[in-house]
Ligand binder design. Structure first.
Ligand SMILES: [Zn+2]
Length: 105
């Protein structure tokens, strides 16, 4: 079983590259993941996708359930968010799912 951060990394790769990510060898993916981890450790490249903040950024798993289409980037990919934007994202989608399950959507 793959570690959670490895799964998130592969999600991000697919979201950025679409079907081209499938052409990458396992060795290349592992090398890219090592570079990505280095970047995270040194604070490089960790930027909120919503507001551009760089403090406390974490990769947040998608709460969406959009229909994935072959050959297109994964619409339910995880995203780096700062704490404020992560909270807004979670609140927004929790509310949307509550409305969905209450039959109001
Ligand atoms: Zn933000």
């Amino acid at each position: 079983m793959r570690a959670q951060d490895d799964i998130l990394f592969r999600d991000r790769l697919k979201a950025r590259l679409g079907p081209r990510a499938e052409e990458f060898s396992e060795t290349l993916i592992e090398m890219l993941h090592a570079l990505w981890r280095d970047g995270e450790l040194h604070g490089a490249g960790a930027m909120c996708d919503h507001c551009g903040a760089t403090e406390g950024v974490q990769i947040i798993g998608a709460m969406t359930s959009y229909c994935a289409r072959d050959g297109e980037p994964d619409p339910n990919h995880s995203t780096p968010y700062c704490p404020e934007c992560a909270q807004q994202y979670r609140e927004h989608w929790t509310e949307m799912w509550d409305e969905y399950y209450a039959g109001r959507l």
